[in-house]
Design a protein around this ligand. Structure first.
Ligand code: P6P
Length: 336
């Protein structure tokens, strides 16, 4: 079959070869299956009349799209039926899903089944984001197993549904890998290593400037610097975190969704947006900071969530650009 790199391992063989953990193979295959099903639903949304609202609201109070509901059911079914999960946390569900002991396993998965879904009806890239913890020793599976620092995650990743469907993930301490869904064979095949370009890469800043009047002064000064430096940065903002972070990982630059007067904890959710993306950015050579949050400028991965839907400010990308944010906080007298 033309175009298939027979040496490019499929997801299952790659995970087994690199972890020797059959249960992790089962988990990653369940996630990959979900992403294939969601990718199909997203591509056929117009034909299958899946655009528009489902008439409900999610845990965030956001209006649920029909595809949000469908994607959530796909992921819950795949993970619950995998036999290797105990606790599931979804953006779309107020409460965690605890898998009955007879069917559960060692993993606890937090996920946003269809992040950026407000972009669906205009066919802009959307994605699935996930973060994985292992149950604490002796635990039967409770939210305490997942209300932990990002550094306790054993795996994290996302799938971006765009011109290609790409699954990007990393195991704790490892690199970030990209697998592309080959539509000819229906398999995710390994294509590239995700590594932030040396030196910071393209000078791109990515944020919603519509919120600028709510920002603190160091963030305002940062964006002003990007605009007025002798070689001004380019602005790129999709409004879909998976797309904006995927571009940042490949091209470089910085993605910012800071705390502000309107959203003192930021907008993005820590368990199924902040932590997974922070792990990938750090393990690709970048920095993932909260900016000024809870009285200090810290690492996203150090935050301890108190609720499964907690939010956290996000300032992540290449070290060159995140350090400009740090310089602006130092200028404002904040200890960084
Ligand atoms: P805003 C999508 O709704 C999302 O959760 C992220 O994917 C995205 O980065 C952010 O919100 C966009 O938020 O306020 O710019 O529309």
């Amino acid at each position: 079959m033309s175009g298939v790199d027979v040496n490019a391992p499929t997801l299952g063989s790659f995970v087994m070869r690199n972890t020797k953990d059959p249960e992790l193979v089962i988990l990653m295959n369940a996630i990959a299956l979900s992403c294939k099903q969601i990718a199909t639903a997203v591509k056929r949304a117009g034909i299958a009349k899946l655009y528009g609202l489902a008439g409900e609201q999610n845990s965030t109070g956001d209006d649920q799209k029909m595809l949000d509901v469908m994607s959530n059911e796909i992921m819950i079914n795949a993970l619950r039926n995998s036999g290797v999960c105990s606790v599931l946390v979804s953006e779309e569900d107020e409460d965690p899903i605890i898998v009955p002991e007879a069917d559960n396993g060692k993993y606890c998965v937090a996920f946003d089944p269809l992040d950026g879904s407000s972009n669906i009806d205009c066919n802009v890239s959307v994605g699935t984001i996930f973060g994985v913890y292992e149950k604490e020793p002796g635990s039967k599976g409770t939210t305490a197993d997942i209300l932990r620092a990002g550094d306790d995650m054993i795996c994290a990743g996302y799938c971006v549904y765009s011109s290609a469907v790409e699954l990007v993930f990393s195991f704790k301490g490892g690199a970030a890998y990209c697998f592309c869904l080959d539509p000819n064979i229906g398999e995710f095949v390994s294509t590239r290593l995700m590594k932030l370009p040396d030196g910071g890469g393209k000078t791109i800043y990515s944020c919603n400037e519509g919120n600028s009047k709510h920002w603190d002064q160091p963030i305002k000064d940062t964006i002003e610097y990007f605009k007025t430096t002798p070689k001004p940065y380019t602005a790129r903002y999709v409004g879909s975190m998976v797309a904006d972070v995927h571009r940042t990982l490949l091209y470089g630059g910085i993605f910012i969704y800071p705390a502000d007067k309107k959203s003192p904890k930021g907008k993005l959710r820590i368990l199924y947006e902040g932590f997974p993306m922070a792990m990938l950015i750090e393990q690709s050579g970048g920095i993932a900071s909260t900016g000024l949050f809870k009285g200090k400028v810290g690492r996203v991965m150090d935050v301890i969530p108190e609720d499964i839907h907690d939010r956290c400010p996000i300032i992540m990308g290449g070290a060159r650009d995140v350090k400009i944010v740090y310089d602006m906080y130092k200028k404002a007298g904040v200890d960084v």
